[in-house]
Design a protein around this ligand. Structure first.
Ligand code: ZN
Length: 122
Protein backbone atom coordinates (compact mmCIF):
# COMPACT_ATOMS: atom_id res chain seq x y z
CA UNK A 1 0.00 0.00 0.00
CA UNK A 2 1.40 3.41 -0.91
CA UNK A 3 1.63 6.18 1.65
CA UNK A 4 -1.12 8.09 -0.11
CA UNK A 5 -3.54 5.14 -0.04
CA UNK A 6 -2.76 4.59 3.59
CA UNK A 7 -3.53 8.17 4.57
CA UNK A 8 -6.77 8.26 2.59
CA UNK A 9 -7.81 4.98 4.20
CA UNK A 10 -7.12 6.50 7.58
CA UNK A 11 -9.21 9.57 6.69
CA UNK A 12 -12.07 7.33 5.65
CA UNK A 13 -11.94 5.48 8.97
CA UNK A 14 -11.85 8.73 10.98
CA UNK A 15 -14.71 10.19 8.95
CA UNK A 16 -16.88 7.10 9.34
CA UNK A 17 -16.10 6.88 13.06
CA UNK A 18 -17.28 10.48 13.47
CA UNK A 19 -20.45 9.70 11.50
CA UNK A 20 -21.16 6.92 13.97
CA UNK A 21 -20.59 3.97 11.63
CA UNK A 22 -18.91 1.95 14.40
CA UNK A 23 -21.15 2.98 17.31
CA UNK A 24 -22.97 -0.35 17.39
CA UNK A 25 -19.81 -2.42 17.31
CA UNK A 26 -19.31 -3.96 20.74
CA UNK A 27 -15.57 -4.45 20.27
CA UNK A 28 -14.98 -0.81 19.44
CA UNK A 29 -17.50 0.94 21.68
CA UNK A 30 -16.90 -1.04 24.88
CA UNK A 31 -14.43 0.03 27.54
CA UNK A 32 -11.37 -2.20 27.45
CA UNK A 33 -8.69 -2.63 30.04
CA UNK A 34 -5.18 -2.30 28.64
CA UNK A 35 -2.11 -3.21 30.67
CA UNK A 36 1.15 -1.25 30.45
CA UNK A 37 4.10 -3.55 29.78
CA UNK A 38 6.42 -1.20 31.63
CA UNK A 39 4.77 -0.90 35.04
CA UNK A 40 1.76 -3.21 34.87
CA UNK A 41 -0.69 -0.34 35.33
CA UNK A 42 -4.09 -1.11 33.89
CA UNK A 43 -6.00 1.67 32.28
CA UNK A 44 -9.26 1.96 30.45
CA UNK A 45 -9.48 2.63 26.75
CA UNK A 46 -12.37 2.91 24.31
CA UNK A 47 -11.01 2.05 20.89
CA UNK A 48 -13.75 4.03 19.13
CA UNK A 49 -12.50 7.26 20.73
CA UNK A 50 -9.11 6.75 19.09
CA UNK A 51 -10.73 6.15 15.72
CA UNK A 52 -12.78 9.35 16.11
CA UNK A 53 -9.81 11.47 17.13
CA UNK A 54 -7.45 9.99 14.54
CA UNK A 55 -4.96 8.91 17.19
CA UNK A 56 -3.89 5.76 15.42
CA UNK A 57 -1.61 4.58 12.68
CA UNK A 58 -2.08 1.98 10.01
CA UNK A 59 0.57 -0.68 10.40
CA UNK A 60 2.37 -2.70 7.79
CA UNK A 61 0.20 -4.98 5.68
CA UNK A 62 0.54 -8.58 6.78
CA UNK A 63 -0.58 -11.72 5.03
CA UNK A 64 -2.28 -14.17 7.30
CA UNK A 65 -3.88 -17.53 6.86
CA UNK A 66 -7.52 -17.29 7.76
CA UNK A 67 -9.82 -20.20 8.23
CA UNK A 68 -12.94 -19.45 6.24
CA UNK A 69 -15.71 -20.76 8.46
CA UNK A 70 -18.38 -19.55 6.02
CA UNK A 71 -17.04 -21.82 3.30
CA UNK A 72 -18.19 -25.37 2.60
CA UNK A 73 -15.32 -27.22 4.27
CA UNK A 74 -13.52 -24.56 6.24
CA UNK A 75 -10.70 -24.04 3.77
CA UNK A 76 -7.76 -21.82 4.56
CA UNK A 77 -7.25 -18.68 2.54
CA UNK A 78 -4.58 -16.02 2.57
CA UNK A 79 -5.89 -12.64 3.58
CA UNK A 80 -4.26 -9.24 3.69
CA UNK A 81 -4.46 -7.59 7.04
CA UNK A 82 -3.60 -3.97 7.78
CA UNK A 83 -3.40 -3.57 11.54
CA UNK A 84 -4.89 -0.45 13.11
CA UNK A 85 -2.36 0.57 15.76
CA UNK A 86 -3.59 2.70 18.63
CA UNK A 87 -0.88 4.47 20.61
CA UNK A 88 -1.21 6.21 23.91
CA UNK A 89 0.89 6.95 26.97
CA UNK A 90 0.60 5.06 30.24
CA UNK A 91 -1.09 7.24 32.86
CA UNK A 92 1.42 6.15 35.49
CA UNK A 93 4.86 5.78 33.87
CA UNK A 94 4.34 7.52 30.54
CA UNK A 95 5.57 4.55 28.55
CA UNK A 96 3.98 4.15 25.16
CA UNK A 97 1.26 1.53 25.00
CA UNK A 98 0.18 0.07 21.69
CA UNK A 99 -2.99 -1.82 20.99
CA UNK A 100 -4.04 -3.46 17.74
CA UNK A 101 -7.65 -4.40 18.37
CA UNK A 102 -8.79 -4.57 14.75
CA UNK A 103 -7.63 -4.44 11.16
CA UNK A 104 -8.45 -1.79 8.59
CA UNK A 105 -10.10 -4.53 6.50
CA UNK A 106 -12.45 -5.32 9.39
CA UNK A 107 -13.41 -1.63 9.66
CA UNK A 108 -13.94 -1.46 5.91
CA UNK A 109 -16.28 -4.43 6.17
CA UNK A 110 -18.35 -2.59 8.79
CA UNK A 111 -18.39 0.56 6.65
CA UNK A 112 -19.66 -1.32 3.62
CA UNK A 113 -22.17 -3.42 5.57
CA UNK A 114 -23.44 -1.19 8.39
CA UNK A 115 -26.58 -3.20 9.13
CA UNK A 116 -24.83 -6.54 9.43
CA UNK A 117 -22.29 -5.01 11.79
CA UNK A 118 -25.03 -3.62 14.02
CA UNK A 119 -26.35 -7.08 14.80
CA UNK A 120 -23.00 -8.77 15.20
CA UNK A 121 -22.18 -10.33 18.53
CA UNK A 122 -18.59 -10.07 19.73
ZN1 ZN B 1 3.19 2.19 32.81
Amino acid sequence: MSEEDSSSLKQTIVGKAREGAFNNNPLLSAVHSVTCRGCGHRQRAVFLEFLRSGEFELGKVEQVEALDTQGPTGFVEIQKVTPVVLMFACERCGRRIEAQPVSAEYLNMIISRPRAAGTMIA
